[in-house]
Write a protein of this length. Structure first.
Length: 184
């Protein structure tokens, strides 16, 4: 027999769906497989990779939202003052005598800075020019092929420029916040 504490250890309900959802999923799979047959194996693998990334991103967002709405949000000092929280360790009591740290600023929404916009533009220009040079000098193709190759290279260059700049921006922001809390 299970007690009440272990009964609800799974954070969410298992997914359930109706017959309409199943038929819609089968239809979408048929369309996807037909498209994969037309576009070939290399583009199919890129398409499946992209769709998998989107599905994992949406699933992670749903899971994170549901877990954050169910999590308790009490500071250590309020648990000590109220006395209704669980018994605290000695380290927690020592921390509660000091001023509790504020919430992390990394979860706040901020605008995309100019450095990210500039690095995206520079990455796009670098990727487009590299793609144009590669298609013009290495792969002797038509003008339409050069334009399509240059545009796709510019999109990829912009994406990697944005990815690199936002990654570095978040790392520097986290580092500055960690240094600020360590010195206070």
């Amino acid at each position: 027999m299970m007690d009440g504490a272990n009964h609800n250890s799974f954070p969410g309900k298992p997914p359930q769906f109706a017959l309409r959802t199943l038929l819609l999923g089968v239809t979408l799979c048929c369309i996807l497989f037909g498209l994969m047959r037309i576009i070939g194996p290399l583009a199919s693998s890129a398409l499946v990779f992209f769709l998998l990334l989107v599905a994992l991103h949406v699933g992670g967002n749903v899971l994170g939202t549901s877990l954050s709405s169910k999590s308790p949000r009490k500071f250590i000092s309020s648990a000590v003052d109220d006395g209704d929280g669980p018994p605290l360790a000695i380290e927690s009591l020592a921390l509660s005598r000091r001023k509790p740290p504020g919430p992390s600023r990394l979860r706040e929404r901020t605008s995309v800075g100019w450095s990210i916009v500039i690095s995206t533009g520079l990455g796009s220009m670098f990727g487009g020019s590299l793609g144009w040079l590669g298609y013009y000098f290495l792969v002797h193709t038509t003008t339409a092929g050069i334009v399509v190759g240059s545009v796709s290279s510019a999109v990829l260059g912009g994406f990697f420029g944005f990815l690199t700049a936002s990654f570095l921006s978040n790392i520097l922001r986290a580092w500055r916040q960690a240094l600020a809390t360590a010195h206070s």
